[in-house]
Write a protein that binds this ligand. Structure first.
Ligand code: FES
Length: 349
């Protein structure tokens, strides 16, 4: 049986079954971002007021819900199941400033070498913690000597059991050397996040062009997966620029999306394909491919993630081809020797 859930003051309405928690259903709704922390009933971050209706807690009353909270009609959507139609009063997150930036330990629970110089790490938070973030944001790994290394989150917010980052090995990069040579599963790291304003704008109707250079694919992966999850039906055209075939380290993933989602397009572009690649796809600079395909960029919004040279070159040319400045969002990776993302993607002059 389905129940109608109304969230005030926004007036947002959705329907859900009693088999799942209200928060889980809400997070599947496009543009609906209720605040949360632990998703286990212990932190109280998701607390909302029940204006009408009835909820149940099949796993027992959550520890963050006191007798006073109950008496005041407060509920914890991360644990509450609807027993009737509900009207809830809850603050919705509509911008980065509403998200809580946390400093947390995490455990490396998965290390997968996706290319000779790209490692995918899965990070697990303590059992009572979840990180609420917007698709495309990043975290800063805190090193012992006080330095920080930034990595985009490659997972979508709904798939937050583990955080996923893509680490490219950088010549002279101490942290990335550690990841590739000495780090073992179960290693403990500390990070701060979520950070950054590079995230998918859900309140827009514009068709989307995404451009990733090298591991700049990571935040775009999170955005695309989020867009599919919440049912964003706008066209999405993803371009992924790399030097050679092996640098398209998750090529099969966008290819699989292509099969499944008719509103999704994928164009990989190599700047320096090797003979063994037997590449019959696009060759050149990735932003040039976009310019060739879209002579008029005025109706689009563009998300770019990659080395600064790519971003600088593309910004100027996209503006000349009609893209309004306010619809260009980008995340430029730093080129310093110890930056995790340096040297990735196509080598722009
Ligand atoms: Fe922590 Fe609901 S998210 S109590």
């Amino acid at each position: 049986m389905s129940y109608k859930i109304t969230i005030n003051p926004s007036g947002r309405v959705f329907w859900m079954e009693a088999s799942e928690a209200v928060l889980d259903a809400a997070l599947r709704e496009e543009g609906c971002a209720l605040p949360y922390g632990c998703r286990s009933g212990t932190c109280g971050t998701c607390m909302a007021k029940l204006v009408a209706g009835e909820v149940a807690y099949p796993e027992g009353q959550p520890s963050a819900l006191s007798a006073q909270d109950l008496a005041a009609g407060r509920v914890l959507p991360c644990q509450a199941r609807p027993m009737s139609d509900l009207v809830l009063e809850a603050r919705e997150i509509d911008a980065v400033r509403d998200l809580q930036v946390k400093t947390l330990p995490c455990r490396v629970v998965g290390m997968h070498k996706l290319a000779p110089d790209v490692m995918r790490l899965y990070l697990k938070l303590p059992a009572t913690e979840r990180l609420q973030f917007l698709a495309g944001q990043y975290i800063a790994i805190l090193l012992r000597d006080g330095r920080r290394r930034d990595f985009s989150l490659a997972n979508a917010p709904h798939a937050d059991e583990y955080l996923e980052i893509h680490v490219r090995r950088v010549e002279g990069g101490e942290f990335t050397r550690y990841v590739f040579e000495d780090m073992r599963e179960r290693a403990i790291l500390r990070f701060q996040g979520p950070l950054g304003t590079f995230f998918l704008r859900e309140d827009s109707q514009r068709p989307i062009i995404m451009i990733g250079g090298g591991t700049g694919f990571a935040p775009l992966k999170g955005m695309v997966e989020h867009a599919f999850h919440v049912g964003i039906g706008r066209p999405i055209h993803l371009y992924w620029g790399a030097r050679a075939r092996q640098d398209l380290y998750l090529h099969e993933l966008p290819e699989a999306w292509l099969e499944k989602y008719p509103h999704f397009l994928y164009t990989p572009v190599l700047s320096d394909p090797q003979p063994e690649d037997q590449w019959d796809g696009r060759i050149g600079w990735v932003h040039e491919a976009v310019l060739d395909d879209y002579p008029d960029l005025s109706p689009f919004e563009v998300y770019m993630s990659g080395p600064p040279a790519m971003i600088i070159a593309a910004k100027k040319r996209f503006a000349e081809q009609g893209l309004p400045e306010e619809y260009l969002y980008y995340d430029a990776f730093d080129f310093s020797a110890d930056s995790p993302a340096a040297g990735q993607g196509q080598t722009y002059p």
